[in-house]
Design a protein around this ligand. Structure first.
Ligand code: AMP
Ligand code: MG
Length: 340
């Protein structure tokens, strides 16, 4: 390589590094810290002086504590022990979250089901390489699942059949961002943005205005629109988060527990609500229920709002979103691209 080329390369690398540094640097007057927790980068921003950093560290510790309780991957977690050895769950926080999940299963007529674990494993979204299983394998996995086989009694969770395994992946991140918000409030922080991948909690305000949270476009770069949120959470479930393409079909990680296949009618669902765990659970539940049934349920609810993008590219907004819609309106660009 010529000397000039080498110098150009070095200069290019330096300018790229400087660019990344200034892009990643939070705006002045905002304290920010990130940690890799629950399989994703979790970031907390708090406006104000550096004194806020101690509270951010405590809130990140709280996210880690949630992971230790709810993860299927951490062998000592109550959930992993329940799955592997059938050990009853008696940690009150875990029992309460499972009870909340079961309630969403009941209200969604089984579209939401934390016992889908065998399907997630079979399709290879946990560890093994992703692949399309044979129909017989899917039928065998379906026989192992069913939220009615979870027993909650006397403050304990047990299972009706030994093969039952649970996966709180569709509700735990939401619960955790809500818990982190509580941890911040307990440390006298009333304005913050907590971001755990697809799950966000906007606590209080930024510069006396609601936090602006972008909703990602499921097929294009950039965002679909911005929400103004204050003391609200937003959770997004999308077919673009974990997926593989085979033939012309997209296979992703949100399963219809009745068929054993990934749910097909939607590309993305965002749910806004005060309870972050419920917003998370309902984003997954509505994804499986599909646009018609899902929107009917949200329209009847007093505490949820939703944005759906159908697999055909239509953007659907629930009535509750009128007060939240951004000034510039939604980016209703159709999703023409069938896949990335
Ligand atoms: P989310 O990103 O919140 O929609 O959660 C997706 C995760 O929830 C998946 O990776 C699975 O672990 C799990 N999951 C998949 N399908 C379902 C379902 N129908 N009900 C509950 N959990 C599910
Ligand atoms: Mg969810």
């Amino acid at each position: 390589m010529s000397r000039i080329k080498k110098i150009a390369l070095v200069l290019g690398a330096i300018s790229a590094a400087l660019y990344a540094f200034f892009q990643l640097r939070p705006p002045t007057g905002i304290q920010q810290a990130s940690r890799f927790i629950m399989g994703t980068v979790c970031t907390i921003q708090v406006p104000g002086p550096p004194a806020g950093r101690a509270a951010i560290a405590k809130a990140l510790d709280r996210l880690e504590e949630c992971d230790r309780k709810f993860s299927v991957f951490i062998p000592s977690s109550p959930v992993a022990r329940f799955n592997q050895a059938g050990t009853p769950i008696d940690d009150p926080e875990v029992v309460a979250l499972i009870a909340q999940a079961v309630e969403v299963s009941r209200l969604s007529a089984g579209a939401f089901d934390i016992t889908v674990f065998p399907l997630v494993e079979l399709w290879g979204f946990y560890g093994a390489a992703s692949r399309q299983p044979a129909p017989g394998e899917i039928a065998a996995a379906l026989r192992k699942i069913g939220w009615q086989n979870i027993v909650i009694a006397n403050g304990r969770v047990t299972k009706k059949n030994a093969e039952l395994k649970i996966d709180l992946g569709a509700i735990a991140k939401g619960y955790a961002v809500g818990a982190a918000a509580e941890a911040l409030r307990a440390n006298n922080i009333h304005d913050a943005l907590i971001d755990a991948g697809g799950d966000i909690y906007a606590l209080g305000k930024l510069n006396n205005k609601p936090w602006q949270v972008g909703i990602r476009h499921p097929r294009a770069r950039g965002i679909l629109g911005r929400l103004d949120l204050s003391d609200l959470s937003v959770a997004t479930s999308g077919d673009y988060a974990q997926f593989f393409i085979k033939g012309r079909a997209r296979y992703h990680h949100i399963f219809d527990p009745r068929t054993g296949y990934p749910a097909t009618n939607l590309a993305s669902v965002s749910v806004i609500g005060r309870d972050a765990a419920l917003a998370d659970a309902w984003s997954t539940a509505l994804f499986v229920m599909g646009p018609e049934k899902g929107m009917r349920l949200v329209a009847a609810s007093t505490n949820l709002a939703a944005i759906m993008i159908t697999a055909a590219g239509q953007v659907l907004l629930s009535p509750g979103l009128k007060g939240l819609a951004p000034k510039g309106g939604w980016n209703r660009k159709p999703l023409n691209a069938p896949a990335w």
